[in-house]
Design a protein around this ligand. Structure first.
Ligand code: IVH
Length: 668
C-alpha cells in the first residue's frame, strides 16, 4: 500500500512539473532555472521508483519509454480528417466567399485566417483529460497509431485539467527550422541521407519504432481544430483557439478575424513575405468561416469542408547550372561534395553553392557537372538542388566521381561499410586536424571569438597548435608573431581563449568533435552526467540510457573516451583549467516583472531575439509594436518610428547601456 501522503506528494510534484514544462515549452518563458526543474523532476522519478504502483501513463516521467505499437496499428476515426481545397489567387478566394455567402443566404460572415503549418496533421484523443491515443491522418478515414511517439513531444499535454470526458484535438506536428538544420548536419556527418525539408523530417521522426529517436528530434505541435467531442460546447473557431490555449496547447498566435474577404486577401498578402522570418515552415494560409453553426450549415464534400480553404503560396525556387563539383572536409574527416552554381538570386540572397551531401544523394538525383538544376532553400537557409532538368542536357555534362585520395593529405579515402560518407581516416591529416580545431572554437562549441579558419591556418603553419589542448598554452608573443596579428588582436585572442575555459561540459563535449554527437546530444549527456569524469566512468549502456541518445551515439562517445590519444587531449585541457563540468545557470533576477517591452533599433551587444529572451526570463513580456499596453521601449541604434510613437505616448524609453545594467548582463 502506498501511503496517502506519498500519493499527494507525487500528484503535487506532477502538477508543478506540468506547470513549469508548459511555461518552458509552450510559453517560452520559464520561471525557474533548468537546475531547479531537474531537481523537481528527479524527486518525482525517485518516488516513482520507490513506489512503482503510483506510476501512470500521463506522468511527466512517461514521455519516453513506452513502445511504439508494432507497424503502427490502423485505427478508424470517429469523424474523418478532411483535407482542404486549394486557392492560388485572390479571385479564387473571392469565388470561395461568394459560394459561402450564397450557401448561407447572408452576407454576415466572419473569417479566421491561420498560418498553414507545413507539417503533418495529428488527431489526439483525450479521455477525462488524459492523452490516450495519437493518430496520424493516414487516408483521412483510418489513421496510424503513433501514441508512444507523440507523447515525446513536449508541447502536447499528457494531462489536461478541467477537460471534458472525451475530446479529440487536431493540429500539426512540425519540426522547427533550427532543429531541422541541426539534424541534417548530423546526418551529413554520419553519412545518412538528409531530409529534403522540415515536413519530411517531421514525418520521418514520427514514424520511428523507437520513441527515444523521436524524443531527440525536437518536434512541436500547433493545435487548430477539434475532432469528436463530448461534454463541451464551442461556438466558433476563435472561441476554440482560445479554449485550446486554456487547455495549454500551443496555438499559433498569428491568427486573425476578418469581416470581409478583402480583409482576408490583405492578410494573405501580408504573410507572403513575413512567413520567411518564422522559425518553422508554412506553405500558405488557411481561411475558415468563424461561426460553427454556419460551418455545419455549409457542410462538406466527400473530401473537403465547404467552409474552409487553403491559400497556397508559390514555392521559392530558381533555375541555375552546376559549374563544378568540389570536395570539402568536415570535422570528423567526412569528405562532402558541393556544387558550385552559376550565381542566382533566391529568397533574398545570391546563391553560389549548394551542398550535395554525399555520393548517394548525387546518384539518386543524377546530378552532373554542367546540368541545369532547380534549387530551393531547405529550412529557409540551406540551398539545395531539388531536381535536374534532364531535358536541357546537351550530352556534354560530366559524371562526378569521388577522388580516391584525400584532397588534403593524399592518403586513400575510405567508404565505411553501410555509410554513404567517404572519409579521410588519417588522424594526422592536416585537413582533419584543421577542421577539428575550427570546430572546437566555433560558436556552438567553445566559442573562441576571433579564432576563425584563417587564424587556425596561421597557427598551424607556425606549428603552434596540433590539437585543441594547445590553444590554452598559447602566449601573447606566440600569436603576435603570426601573419596579420598585431599586439591588440593577439591580446584579444589570448583573452578570448581564456574566456572560453568556462563554457561548461555540453559545449566542451560538442567541441571535441566526437562522431555522431551533435550539439543537442552533447547537452543531453552533460545534463545527465554533470561532470566529464562521470561520463568517462560510465559504461556504454549507461550512456545509452540518456533520453535522446541512441546506440550509435553512445557507442561512438564511449569509444572516443576510451582512446588514449583523446584522453591525452582531455588531460591537456583539464590541466589548462578548462571547466569539465556542466554549468548551472543561476536563476536570473526579475528585473522586467510585469513590463510590456518593445525592442527597436539595432543593439550592439546581442540580437533582439536574445534581448527578448532575457526580458522574458526576467518576468517581462515582449511585443512587436508599440501599443497602449507598452510600458517600456529599449531603443538601440537607428531606432525609427516605434521610438517616435513611444515618445509621443510618453512611454519610458531606455538605451542599450541602461537595459544591460538593469538586466544584470555585463557588457563584453
Ligand atoms: S484545418 C477540415 N488549419 O493543411 C479542416 N489545417 O491542406 C482541417 N494544416 O490536412 C484542416 N495548418 O495538415 C487546418 N491552421 C491549419 C493548418 C492546417 C496546416 C494542414 C493540415 C491539413 C492540410 C490541408
Amino acid at each position: 500500500m502506498v501511503p496517502e501522503e506519498i500519493r499527494q506528494k507525487v500528484e503535487a510534484l506532477r502538477k508543478e512539473i506540468r506547470h513549469h514544462s508548459y511555461l518552458y515549452y509552450v510559453k517560452d518563458s520559464p520561471e525557474i532555472s533548468d537546475y531547479e526543474f531537474d531537481h523537481m523532476y528527479r524527486a518525482l522519478v525517485d518516488l516513482e521508483k520507490e513506489y512503482p504502483e503510483v506510476v501512470t501513463p500521463d506522468s511527466p516521467t512517461q514521455r519516453v519509454g513506452g513502445k511504439a505499437s508494432d507497424d503502427f496499428r490502423k485505427v478508424r476515426f470517429r469523424k474523418p480528417m478532411l483535407s482542404l481545397a486549394n486557392a492560388f489567387s485572390a479571385d479564387e478566394l473571392r469565388d470561395f466567399d461568394r459560394r459561402v455567402r450564397e450557401g448561407l443566404g447572408t452576407d454576415k460572415v466572419e473569417y479566421i485566417t491561420e498560418l498553414k503549418i507545413d507539417g503533418l496533421s495529428m488527431n489526439l484523443i483525450y479521455e477525462n483529460g488524459r492523452l490516450v491515443q495519437g493518430l496520424t491522418r493516414g487516408d483521412g478515414r483510418v489513421g496510424e497509431d503513433v501514441t508512444a511517439n507523440v507523447k515525446t513531444i513536449h508541447t502536447i499535454p499528457l494531462y489536461i485539467e478541467n477537460a471534458p470526458p472525451y475530446m479529440e484535438v487536431r493540429g500539426e506536428v512540425y519540426m522547427p527550422r533550427k532543429s531541422f538544420i541541426a539534424l541534417n548536419e548530423e546526418r551529413d556527418e554520419a553519412g545518412i541521407m538528409p531530409f529534403a525539408n522540415c515536413r519530411n523530417a517531421a514525418a520521418g521522426s514520427l514514424r520511428q519504432l523507437d520513441p527515444h529517436v523521436t524524443a531527440a528530434r525536437n518536434l512541436a505541435f500547433f493545435a487548430y481544430a477539434l475532432g469528436d467531442i463530448q461534454g463541451l460546447e464551442i461556438h466558433s473557431q476563435e472561441e476554440l483557439l482560445k479554449q485550446l490555449e486554456i487547455f495549454h496547447f500551443q496555438v499559433n498566435p498569428n491568427y486573425r478575424k476578418w469581416d470581409s474577404i478583402e480583409g482576408v486577401i490583405g492578410g494573405v498578402n501580408e504573410w507572403e513575405l513575413k512567413r520567411h522570418d518564422l522559425g518553422y515552415d508554412t506553405d500558405g494560409m488557411v481561411i475558415k468561416v468563424n461561426d460553427f453553426a454556419q460551418q455545419s450549415s455549409l457542410g462538406a464534400t466527400v473530401k473537403d469542408p465547404k467552409w474552409a480553404m487553403a491559400y497556397k503560396y508559390p514555392p521559392e525556387e530558381a533555375e541555375t547550372t552546376v559549374e563544378r563539383i568540389i570536395v570539402t572536409m568536415g570535422r570528423t574527416g567526412v569528405l562532402t561534395p558541393s556544387a558550385d552554381l552559376a550565381p542566382v538570386h533566391l529568397a533574398g540572397t545570391t546563391v553560389k553553392r549548394a551542398t550535395l551531401h554525399n555520393m548517394d544523394f548525387i546518384h539518386e538525383k543524377d546530378i552532373r557537372v554542367g546540368d541545369h538544376v532547380i534549387i530551393y532553400k531547405a529550412g529557409e537557409i540551406i540551398p539545395e538542388i531539388s531536381k535536374v532538368l534532364t531535358d536541357k542536357r546537351t550530352g556534354k555534362e560530366e559524371i562526378f566521381e569521388m577522388p580516391d585520395t584525400c584532397p588534403i593529405c593524399g592518403d586513400p579515402v575510405q567508404r565505411i561499410e553501410g555509410e554513404a560518407a567517404y572519409r579521410c581516416v588519417n588522424p594526422e591529416c592536416g585537413g582533419v586536424v584543421r577542421e577539428k580545431l575550427i570546430h572546437f572554437s566555433s560558436r556552438d562549441a567553445m566559442d573562441i571569438e576571433g579564432m576563425g579558419p584563417s587564424v587556425v591556418d596561421s597557427l598551424l603553419a607556425a606549428h603552434l597548435v596540433n590539437d585543441p589542448g594547445d590553444f590554452y598554452t598559447l602566449k601573447q608573443e606566440d600569436i603576435e608573431g603570426i601573419e596579420r596579428m598585431g599586439e591588440k588582436s593577439a591580446s584579444n585572442l589570448v583573452a578570448a581563449i581564456a574566456d572560453s575555459k568556462g563554457r561548461g561540459l555540453a559545449k566542451l563535449l560538442f567541441g571535441l568533435g566526437v562522431r555522431f554527437l551533435g550539439a543537442k546530444g552533447a547537452e543531453l549527456i552533460a545534463h545527465r552526467f554533470r561532470t566529464l569524469d562521470r561520463v568517462i566512468a560510465a559504461g556504454v549502456d549507461e550512456i545509452q540510457e540518456t533520453e535522446g541518445i541512441g546506440k550509435v551515439i553512445a557507442g561512438s562517445l564511449y569509444d572516443y573516451l576510451h582512446d588514449v590519444k583523446n584522453l591525452t587531449i582531455i588531460n591537456k585541457l583539464k590541466n589548462a583549467g578548462v571547466l569539465m563540468e556542466e554549468v548551472v545557470q543561476e536563476t536570473e533576477g526579475r528585473a522586467f516583472e510585469g513590463e510590456m517591452v518593445v525592442l527597436t533599433g539595432k543593439l550592439s551587444s546581442m540580437g533582439r531575439r536574445e534581448a527578448g529572451d532575457i526580458i522574458k526570463r526576467q518576468g517581462g513580456d515582449v511585443q512587436s509594436s508599440v501599443t497602449n499596453k507598452t510600458t517600456l521601449v529599449v531603443a538601440g541604434e537607428d531606432a525609427g518610428s516605434k521610438l517616435e510613437k513611444a515618445r509621443a505616448k510618453g512611454i519610458t524609453v531606455i538605451d542599450e547601456e541602461t537595459f544591460l545594467a538593469r538586466a544584470g548582463v555585463p557588457r563584453q
